[in-house]
Design a protein around this ligand. Structure first.
Ligand SMILES: Nc1nc2c(c(=O)[nH]1)N[C@H]1C(S)=C(S)[C@@H](COP(=O)(O)O)O[C@H]1N2
Ligand SMILES: [Mo]
Length: 511
């Protein structure tokens, strides 16, 4: 028990450090004094994400799915709590060792802050203030504890009460400072305010989705996925807050002329609309990391034409405000396909978590090599000279979408009634198109599914098979054929390095 109270003192001092740091960081963000990551916790988390070895990242995603970010923060909290407890306990008898340990932790936080994109020296101010407050809290609690121990009085003893009040008080201060800092910093509100003022620009070619593209079957994914239901994947622990007022996109590298456009200049360009299905390379066979939306934007080829890419260039490295990068084949951005600098999604300004104010959307390529959100920089370069974020982390430099199909309804494990059962889902082969979807019951013959209309080859296609379901347990398998005649391969492959393959198969009980 002798060590328990100093250990707790260490944990409280750690909380005071982070609470004060969040408070100062919040005010800096609100006052526009930081373009980097002034919060040490967020910076450590971000630095950790960028350095996570692929096996650990895959483990995290397979265990926590899209909650991997929350899991990371919980992990950081557990590790920090343990470290602070140890420092608090050690420091009770060896003060200097405890205090130095605390300063070292602070230095790690400051180093993380300085390593983040757009960091400025001033960004370490919150960490510095937090560590000072934490050291003071630690010293105070150690002092109170020593006196309580000397006094050795009963449970109602005056010194013990002082220790209790001191500890609880500081814990409350930490929590309040942290909460206040998050609130002041807006944790999401600064871009929301800018977004509320954006009027979606008119387009020359408004997309109308034909009713025949959506089978409207219960349980099937809607042809156009509402923004609120659209999958979200990115490395950002905290959603980047970008204001339209300061937004700029710079085109440079192997170009005849560097070009920079502002938000107002972009909005004045002739905008187009396009239906495009985005898919994530991490999607497992049968997974839901894919979505279709109507995007409004300016074709990237027109911006690139202004910059005049060098004939030796074959890649465009796009960078987001938070340092994510994607390497896209230059041809995919200059050919006739609808590669857009998108400003709107399903008729609304881009949702903040989907890249507000501007993102890239490129038909036919996985998101990790093309769909940069919060985009601020395009470098015209070569695959031989540059690589996107995921390439050194074990994923292919090029990521064309593979032909896939998925059963949405019934769900695997469902009980269904014997008789007519609609087996339905989606199939995709962006920028090639889907020509055929076939369904197999158990080891029976492949039966052609009925296809919904395909307004564009850049989006997925719904399909349905009316199945006369006999009683018993059955396995249902689906496969698609793209417009190049390629049949979706049965060969099973994991998502890494360039997209999962295999056939989606479910089992149902017919009663
Ligand atoms: N800035 C940024 N853009 C990004 C990413 C990212 O981590 N950071 N991830 C990419 C990946 S892997 C995918 S699949 C798509 C997902 O876009 P969504 O979240 O709008 O569905 O965004 C892409 N754009
Ligand atoms: Mo992705």
């Amino acid at each position: 028990m002798k060590r328990a109270r100093p250990a707790l003192a260490g944990v409280i001092a750690g909380a005071v450090t982070l609470g004060v740091a969040e408070l100062v960081a919040g005010f800096m963000v609100r006052a526009g004094l930081s373009s980097g990551t002034p919060s040490p916790v967020v910076a450590v988390g971000g630095a950790f994400v960028d350095r996570t070895p692929p096996w650990l990242k895959n483990l995290a995603v397979s265990s926590f799915g899209t909650h991997d970010k929350a899991a990371l923060f919980v992990g950081i909290a557990v590790v920090l709590t343990a470290l602070c407890a140890v420092l608090g306990a050690v420091g009770a008898t060896r003060h200097t060792a405890g205090l130095v340990g605390f300063v070292v932790l602070g230095a790690v936080g400051a180093a993380a802050v300085l390593s983040r994109p757009h960091a400025a020296p001033l960004d370490v101010l919150p960490t510095f203030a937090g560590v000072l407050a934490g050291l003071w809290a630690l010293n105070t609690l150690w002092g109170l504890n020593a006196r309580a121990e000397e006094a050795g009085s009963g449970p109602g003893g005056f010194e013990r009460r002082r220790l209790l009040v001191g500890g609880a008080g500081l814990a409350a201060v930490a929590a309040t400072a942290g909460a206040l800092g998050r609130a002041v910093g807006g944790a999401g509100s600064s871009a929301a305010a800018a977004r509320a003022k954006v009027a979606v620009p008119p387009v020359a070619n408004p997309v109308t989705v034909p009713a025949t593209a959506d089978l409207k079957l219960p349980g099937i994914t809607p042809y156009v996925v509402p923004n609120a239901d659209f999958y979200r994947i990115d490395t950002a622990l905290v959603v980047p807050q970008v204001d339209t007022a300061g937004w700029k996109l710079r085109v440079h590298g192997l170009v005849g002329e560097e070009v920079t456009i502002t938000w107002d200049e972009l909005l004045a360009k002739p905008m187009r609309q396009a239906l495009v299905t985005l898919t994530c390379v991490s999607n497992e066979v049968g997974g839901d990391l894919a979505g279709n939306a109507v995007w409004t934007g300016w074709p990237i080829r027109e911006l690139l034409a202004m910059a005049r890419p060098d004939p030796t260039a074959d890649m465009v490295l796009s960078t987001s405000v938070d340092g994510f990068t994607a390497g896209t084949p230059l041809t995919a951005l200059t050919d006739e396909r609808n590669a857009l600098l998108a400003v709107a999604m399903n008729g609304e300004p881009l949702p903040v978590e989907h890249g507000f104010p501007v993102r890239m959307v490129v038909p036919g390529l996985y998101g990790y090599v093309s769909a940069t959100k919060w985009v601020v920089d395009l470098k015209v370069t070569r695959f031989a000279d540059d690589a996107g974020y995921w390439t050194p982390r074990g994923w292919s430099a090029k990521g064309p979408v593979k032909t896939e199909s998925r059963i949405d309804v019934p769900r695997s494990g469902d009980q269904v009634r014997a008789g007519r059962v609609a087996v339905a889902g989606v199939a995709w082969a962006q920028h090639r198109g889907i020509d055929k979807v076939e369904v197999r019951i158990d080891d029976g013959p492949w039966q052609p599914a009925r296809l919904a209309a395909e307004p564009t080859i850049d989006s997925w296609r719904q399909w349905v098979l009316e199945w006369d379901a006999p009683k018993g347990n059955h396995r249902i398998t689906v496969r698609a054929t793209d417009a190049d005649g390629q049949v979706q391969t049965q060969q099973e492959a994991p998502p890494e390095p360039d997209g999962a393959t295999g056939w989606h198969s479910i089992t149902v009980t017919v009663a």
